[in-house]
Design a protein around this ligand. Structure first.
Ligand code: GAR
Length: 211
């Protein structure tokens, strides 16, 4: 049975669209069961509507960087009601709190536009340019209590060109993300990659014995 994904985002939704395309084409054995956002007029909700995916806006409450307790409960309630197997953060700009981590243990994944542990947090592309790095990239990781600190599932490098703006660089990183995120989810969902505490391991391929 196809794994059910609950996707959370606050922005444009291009990663959600890439994941949904991979599901619909059969490359990823999963279905986008639900899209939730903390931003009412976000692109991700508009795309979900166009694609006939169940979606909802949940008011985040009083804080800027996290959900308040009642908003968090509502996110969890809707994800559980949709029976999602994996919670996929795709440009969700709020810290994930402990109740969510307890509700979906080792089942929340995130994509971040840098090669972690470099440049965590907001404005990762701008941080990389300001630092003078020559290479940055994209990281898919398991979500834990920290900010962008969980076990790394997949990474890919993106070169920083001379004269790059944060926006231009971020667009190139996103093009990489659109390939990397569906692949990493496929590895995780199929069990080819297993989470082992702080790290992840690719499982050895086993030949099925001939009868
Ligand atoms: C992506 O580049 C993602 O890596 C980043 O937000 C963008 C969302 O784009 N996430 C973070 O910076 C999380 N710290 P999208 O809405 O078009 O998928």
């Amino acid at each position: 049975m196809a794994a059910k994904l609950g996707i959370l985002g606050s922005g444009e939704g291009s990663n959600m669209a890439a994941i949904d395309d991979s599901c619909r084409s059969g490359v990823l054995a999963a279905e986008v069961a639900l899209v939730l956002s903390d931003v009412e007029d976000s692109g991700i909700l508009k795309l979900a509507k166009e694609r006939n995916i169940s979606h909802a806006y949940i008011a985040p409450g009083q804080y800027r960087t996290k959900l308040d307790d009642s908003a968090e409960s509502e996110f969890i309630r809707q994800l559980q009601a949709a029976a999602v197997d994996w919670v996929v953060l795709a440009g969700f700009m709020r810290i994930i709190k402990s109740n969510s981590l307890r509700a979906f243990p080792e089942r929340i994944v995130n994509i971040h536009p840098s090669l972690l542990p470099s440049f965590p947090g907001l404005g990762a592309a701008a941080q990389a340019i300001e630092f003078g790095a020559k290479v940055t990239g994209a990281t898919v990781h398991v979500v834990d209590q920290g900010i962008d600190t969980g076990a790394i599932i997949a990474q890919e490098a993106v070169r920083i060109e001379e004269g790059d703006t944060a926006q231009r660089l971020h667009e190139r990183i996103k093009a990489t993300e659109h390939r990397l995120y569906p692949q990493a989810l496929n590895d995780l969902i199929s069990g080819r990659i297993k989470i082992c505490g702080r790290t992840t391991q690719r499982q050895a391929w086993k030949r099925t014995p001939k009868s």
